[in-house]
Design a protein around this ligand. Structure first.
Ligand code: GDP
Length: 658
């Protein structure tokens, strides 16, 4: 299911906000008024709409969700639109002059320009004014695959789909290896030989499907794309260690996804094993195993010797039974791509995990933006199979292009139709590339709050545990009746790609306290449109979040990273001082920029570039791929391995895209 936004009653401006009114800039005040007008108009229009088509104005969700259209709607008045069509394009579709759309928007309290792209809620309001019902174009294909009757017809039990998570070196891979090796289905000797990204394990009490990629990336990457396939998480914790940062992360990921956990306390064969301590430790992190009065099942295991693994599997099945997992095998198959690649000989190949229905050779399908026809299927034993039932992973041949992990897969009766959908989706994708999918930013939070968003989700990363805790506490204390501040995850260390993916999947804002995003995290944030906020003082962070909650956030100065360089040597030069011999890894280092010294993901100094040289010459800038000497003004402690980030400060109005 998609990660829904809180849908509490729309909060109104608080008395506190009114009290601070004097301090607001004129621009701010105008915006407030506009928002009141907008709200009022939206409310009026909603009342009009609701009398006709009740559930129309559903909250926008990340997935391609169909907003149900009542039966009494004349199909001739249905307008299929791609979300984010521009005012001009919408005018074309409605056969009215663009100026009339602009005018209508003004009546609704929205100031728009002709080239402005509109979100779906606005589009449906405008369409309503012209007697049309807007329908998202994506659903043109997606609604074929989302029949509500499915649940009633899902009569056959299906195996649970399990992901193994935990801290590095706690034994995830060993556990998966052990299961893979010992899984000897009748007639198959030697266990699973081929890695296809998932495999099924046969046990006396039933089958389990394991996703064969340990760790959190796959899990969150899929969830961020709206494809949640995991039914259950095995949390591996080493008994000779303790709950570690990635253990906490795994717990948070599972909780955010609403997926139950079964704990495997691993390495029980070691003399240093202290399973009880691990359980206590887990309790401290909100995971209560049965012995501690909780309901989380756990087993003490050794992935090395195999001791206790059967008991763990038993518990996984027990937990799975509670979930009552069912599917309907008698319908066209649907599934999710687990991994995909371009094989030199065979062309695009993907492992599809069937989630509903039964997949058959020869089936025509749509998968993400690609289509195809199943030419052949292989299981994890490299054997050709003709059918794949729910919860079965199969390697599928016959794609028109290489899909992406997390893409949804659906069988259609007509090959032609699959091709058509694929074409539309490719066009949409191209169009959407023009505008980045936008997630919530702190600046916009107030606007969204007025539209019914009642939970501000945060992910915190900091340099030391104590300050992260303190910050989390202070932020959570901001929670009021109308808006709740929820810290989904907190951790120590640099902001990583995994944090960004969690933020993207949960529509959360990332807050860094004395830490920075690494390059991959920054790229991911830009790609996913995740808002990252960096602070050095707790008070500042709390103040800004508080302001966002009361709609008082003012435009502010933003840092724009120009380039990064790695320190490879350090020289002492008479009169100039310490110069860092650097290699520019990314972007450009301009002489005029400010610079930040980052050591192991933690900022140790921020100041200005004092000197920038290539060989003996002073230069204005140095591009990626070149070496240079950088002197940091008033800082004589640069070390080999440090990363220098050159940045400029710009006045930014509303968004931060790192
Ligand atoms: P991962 O990073 O979580 O995938 O951890 P690995 O499965 O790679 O295991 C890390 C190390 O712990 C390896 O050297 C394994 O051999 C070892 N290890 C894993 N499970 C056990 C176990 O049950 N007992 C012992 N003694 N060592 C184990």
């Amino acid at each position: 299911p998609p990660v829904g936004n809180g849908s509490g009653p729309a909060p109104t401006a608080t008395a506190a906000a009114d009290g601070d009114a004097r301090k607001r800039t004129r621009r701010r005040r105008r915006r407030r008024v506009d928002q009141r007008v907008v709200e009022e108009n939206i409310r009026k229009t909603l009342i009009k709409m609701e009398s006709r088509t009740p559930k129309r104005r559903k909250r926008r969700e990340r997935e391609e969700v169909a907003s149900p259209i009542a039966d009494d709607v004349d199909p001739a008045t249905v307008l299929k639109v791609n979300e984010f069509v521009s005012v001009a394009e919408l005018a074309d579709l409605l056969h009215v002059p663009a100026t009339r759309i602009v005018q209508t928007c003004m009546e609704l309290g929205l100031m728009v320009t002709i080239n402005q792209r509109l979100d779906f809620d606005t589009i449906s309001l405008i369409c309503e004014e012209f007697g049309f019902v807007a329908r998202r174009e994506e659903e043109y294909a997606a609604d074929k695959f989302q029949d509500a009757a499915e649940d009633e017809t899902a009569h056959e039990a299906r195996p649970p789909i399990v992901t193994v998570m935990g801290h590095v070196d706690h034994g995830k891979t060993s556990l998966l290896d052990h299961l893979r090796k010992t899984n000897v289905i009748a007639g198959e000797s030697g266990g699973i030989t081929q890695h296809i990204g998932a495999y099924s394990v046969e046990t006396p009490r039933g089958r389990i499907t394991f996703l064969d990629t340990p760790g959190h990336e796959a899990f969150t990457a899929m969830r961020a794309r709206g494809a949640q396939v995991t039914d259950l998480v095995i949390l591996v914790v080493a008994a000779d260690d303790q709950v570690m940062p990635q253990t906490v992360e795994a717990i948070d990921h599972a909780k955010a996804a609403g997926v139950p956990m079964v704990v495997g306390i691993n390495k029980i064969d070691l003399p240093a094993a202290q399973p009880l301590k691990v359980k206590q430790d887990l309790a401290q992190h909100g995971v209560l195993v049965e012995e501690f009065g909780g309901d989380v099942l756990s087993a003490e295991i050794s992935a090395k010797t195999g001791q206790g693994v059967d008991a763990l599997i038993e518990k996984v099945l027990l937990q799975a039974e509670l979930l009552e997992l069912h599917a309907n095998p008698d319908r066209p198959a649907q599934g999710v791509v687990i991994e995909a690649e371009l094989d030199r000989g065979m062309g695009p190949v993907a492992t599809v995990l069937v989630t509903r229905g039964t997949l058959r050779n020869g089936d025509a399908f749509i998968c993400g933006v690609h289509s195809g026809k199943v030419r052949a299927m292989h299981n994890e034993f490299s054997r050709a199979v003709a059918i794949a039932a729910p919860s079965t992973p199969v390697r599928v041949l016959g794609f028109s292009g290489v899909p992406q992990a997390g893409d949804t897969f659906a069988v259609l009766t007509e090959e032609r139709e699959a091709k058509d959908i694929s074409q539309v989706r490719q066009r949409l994708q191209r169009e959407q590339e023009f505008r980045r999918s936008r997630k919530i930013t702190l600046d916009e939070f107030y606007t969204q709050m007025e539209a019914g968003q009642s939970e501000l989700r945060l992910i915190l990363k900091g340099d030391v545990d104590g300050s992260v805790e303190a910050l989390a506490d202070s932020l959570e204390e901001l929670s009021g009746d109308e808006v709740r501040v929820a810290v989904l995850h907190r951790g120590v260390g640099a902001i990583t790609e995994s944090d960004v993916m969690l933020a993207a999947a949960s529509n959360a804002i990332l807050i860094g306290f004395h830490v920075r995003p690494d390059v991959r995290a920054r790229e991911a944030a830009a790609r996913e449109g995740v808002d990252i906020r960096l602070y050095r003082v707790i008070y500042e962070a709390v103040e800004e979040v508080r302001k966002a909650m009361t709609g008082l956030l003012t435009p502010e100065e933003r840092e724009v990273i120009q380039g990064t360089a790695e320190v490879r040597n350090v020289f002492k030069i008479p009169k100039i001082g310490l110069v860092a011999g650097c290699f520019v890894t990314d972007g450009t280092i301009p002489r005029s920029a400010s610079v930040r010294v980052v050591r192991d993901g933690v900022e140790v100094y921020a100041g200005r570039i004092g000197s920038l040289r290539r060989f003996k010459d002073d230069v204005r800038e140095v591009k990626a791929g070149f070496e240079c000497g950088i002197g940091v003004e008033n800082f004589q402690d640069v070390k080999v391995g440090d990363v220098l980030e050159a940045y400029t400060v710009e006045q930014h109005a509303r968004t931060l895209s790192s």
